[in-house]
Design a protein around this ligand. Structure first.
Ligand code: NIG
Ligand code: FE
Length: 398
């Protein structure tokens, strides 16, 4: 047993499911707090005096009057990939759009060619530095999507590489199968053939290997339609996988409300979400995962974080780190953009990276808070006041 004390401000973010709307501001500060761990779980969080009274024999660890918050979950990344796309970034700086580049054969397809050349071990080696960077910023759980193989063999190798990565680092990885990321050349002009291939060949293999928790679909005009996404979702659900969706990223297609109706654990991006989509989130259980670094990098307008929270939605924020639309693994930048450009308060940001991030990957029962019974993933900050994470712009306060 270990008793951690002398904590200036302890943000517990208590709860076992995502906090919605106004509740996101309640992150349960305790001043002069303490907490106790037994092996890998919290067994107590509260006032220092109470901790000393209840656990006199625990090993005592002085945190020197620093702030403590729960570990972060980066709940949306595409971190297993081959090659890079620096020339596309330069093209975008000159004014070409993400979709134009994609339709001209660049984008996801170019990463797919490079990813197919890699073994699972090579993929893991390539991803490792990004994982270590995220760890340094306090990310203790990381979601990674496949979706750069598109064929069964490569998609399975991508998912396997995530398992290998888990052996290489202390981070926890939530694995998502995202075959419906782009239409591969083998199925050019044959989307229904590709959907059939996903449903009949790939999803059953993913299930059999027990190698993914979620199935994600890029549901967008000129990518996969709602009808096509529904076929994939029905199959994935039937096999026991959870659902996620890239929704209303490039334009409003009503895909957020569609995702909520389908019981997606999270609907992600939402740059162009309609009032109907916001309403669906406010009344549903789905987490709205916002990815402001992608909007920043694509020079697009941000998702309406303020309206979402004010209407009662549960918001999470994540990096979306990938070699195309958003090549950044910077949690400090994510915090800065969420605050200065999306208008989220500091408390909302902490909630969205901890409990709500955990909820976005179905982990809120056991992660995302400093409270009895949860896994002891916590961050000791360099500061007395946790708000310095926000105030010290792009500094790493962990
Ligand atoms: O979340 N929108 C689709 N997928 C990624 C981009 C992937 C890529 O460009 O390689 C995203 O932005
Ligand atoms: Fe994404």
């Amino acid at each position: 047993m270990k008793l951690y004390y002398n904590i200036s401000k302890l943000a517990c973010v208590n709860g076992h499911k995502a906090k919605k709307g106004r509740d996101m501001s309640d992150i349960g500060y305790i001043t002069d707090g303490a907490f106790v761990t037994d092996k890998d779980k919290f067994i107590f969080a509260g006032k220092r005096d109470k901790a000393f009274e209840l656990y006199p024999d625990a090993e005592k660890i002085d945190l020197k009057n620093k702030a403590v918050i729960p570990g972060f979950t980066d709940s949306h990344t595409h971190l297993v990939f081959g090659g890079y796309r620096v020339s596309e970034f330069m093209m975008r700086l000159e004014g070409r759009s993400y979709m134009e580049i994609m339709q001209a054969g660049g984008g996801i397809k170019s990463t797919t060619q490079a990813t197919r050349m890699l073994s699972a071990e090579q993929m893991a080696e390539k991803t490792l530095p990004f994982v270590n960077e995220l760890l340094s910023y306090g990310v203790t759980t990381l979601e990674i999507k496949s979706g750069y193989g598109l064929d069964k063999e490569t998609e399975l190798r991508q998912l396997l590489s995530m398992k290998i990565l888990e052996e290489m680092t202390p981070i926890r990885i939530v694995k998502t199968y995202m075959g419906a990321h782009a239409l591969p050349d083998e199925f050019k002009n044959n989307p229904s053939g590709y959907i059939r291939y996903i449903c009949e060949e790939v999803l059953p293999a993913v299930k059999e290997q027990g190698i993914a928790k979620y199935c994600d679909v890029f549901c967008e005009k000129n990518v996969f339609s709602k009808e096509e996404s529904a076929i994939i979702f029905d199959r994935a659900k039937g096999l026991g996988l959870g659902l996620k969706i890239h929704a209303d990223e490039i334009e409003d297609g009503g895909t957020t409300a569609f995702g909520v109706r389908y019981g997606c654990t999270s609907t992600d991006h939402l740059l162009h979400v309609s009032d109907e989509g916001i309403e669906a989130l406010a009344f549903g259980e789905t987490v709205a995962t916002l990815l402001p670094i992608t909007a920043f990098s694509l020079k697009e307008k941000y998702a309406p974080a303020r309206r979402l929270i004010d209407k009662g939605a549960a918001v999470a924020i994540a990096t979306d780190c990938n070699p195309g639309s958003c090549f950044s693994d910077s949690i400090p930048l994510l915090i800065a953009l969420s605050s200065l450009n999306m208008g989220m308060t500091f408390e909302e940001i902490i909630c969205s990276l901890t409990l709500n991030g955990a909820a976005a990957v179905g982990n809120a029962e056991s992660f995302g808070s400093i409270q009895e019974g949860k896994y002891a993933d916590f961050l000791v900050l360099k500061w007395e006041d946790p708000a310095f994470l926000n105030y010290h712009i792009c500094g790493n306060g962990v």
